[in-house]
Design a protein around this ligand. Sequence first.
Ligand SMILES: NC(=O)c1ccc[n+]([C@@H]2O[C@H](COP(=O)([O-])OP(=O)(O)OC[C@H]3O[C@@H](n4cnc5c(N)ncnc54)[C@H](O)[C@@H]3O)[C@@H](O)[C@H]2O)c1
Length: 323
Amino acid sequence: MRLAVIGCGGMGTIHASLAARCGFEVVACGDSRLDKAKALAEQHNAEAADDCLALVKRPDVEVVAVATPTPTHGAYVRAAAEAGKHVFCEKPFTRTPEEGEETLAAVKRSGVKLLVGHVVRYFQEFEAIRERVQNGSIGKVGFVKTYRGGIYPRGEGAWFHDYAQSGGVVFDSSIHDLDWIRYVFGNPTRVYCQALQRSDPLDYGMVTMWFDQGLITHTIGTWAHPGGFRVKVEVCGDQGMVTLDSKEAPISAMMRETAGGGPSMIVPGSPVPVSPYQLEWEDFAAWMRDGRTPRVQPEDAVWAVRIAHGALESARTGAPVAL
Ligand SMILES: NC(=O)c1ccc[n+]([C@@H]2O[C@H](COP(=O)([O-])OP(=O)(O)OC[C@H]3O[C@@H](n4cnc5c(N)ncnc54)[C@H](O)[C@@H]3O)[C@@H](O)[C@H]2O)c1
């Protein structure tokens, strides 16, 4: 299918290559900076444009990938949907839940397919943890802790530094883990957050969620790392605990000893063979080709925005937010 990529920065460049690898033909690259559109278009033998709203409506374009700064996603997704194009959109879907609802309604009205890049659902280590929770091997889960730390992202014109645009680390980065937790455990009922919300380098947030089934989750996000990237997960149930530390073993599981004693067990995971960003595109392609339900539904993307936005609201007021 013929694809237009909107936003030719860090993620747009990655998505253009991965989409091409999954059988999409990149026919056009759009960016408000024509030089960036041209640079990516050259790599794919595509056309370049700086009028991106016109580009998404072009009759020869069948699919649109949106990888621009977050507050601009909604307008492109709605324009693409109204023109009958399927859409891949980077996360966060929109900057506010209200715009998320409005954009989702436009997608539903038009009947096009929308996949939002909640890529953590495609990380095989996270999938292995989800399987252990779902097959009951660690029993009833009581708490979950996640940690995601990296360097302060810059982006074109340093837009990540502008909270009004990016929402900082809580909205832009912790949203990955908040979405994954909801994917595994269902809808949370309340969210609470404390955050530093200082600009480069000290942006740091702690988000707590409560669930009706008696589960509590803690999500820490930071862009204060001097270098590198680190992810940690701990899921604790009444039968055992699964942990992941990206700097150590990919995944390990320790089973609680039974009343009569017996050995505990450690299960090492396997290294990741395929980029999770590619798995997103494979999932999107399979949805279009075979109608197979993808891992991320459009409603999930609005839910993720609702939770992350609630966390920002909680950080502002100091009170928990009901979801
Ligand atoms: N899934 C992930 O792991 C992941 C990682 C990084 C970023 N993201 C998300 O991807 C999106 C893009 O982030 P990025 O890191 O690629 O940013 P970036 O700044 O590197 O790229 C954005 C591009 O969009 C262009 N642009 C800006 N405003 C525009 C507009 N109104 N119309 C058209 N083009 C415009 C810029 O010139 C730039 O080339 C963001 O929503 C971000 O949160 C996701």
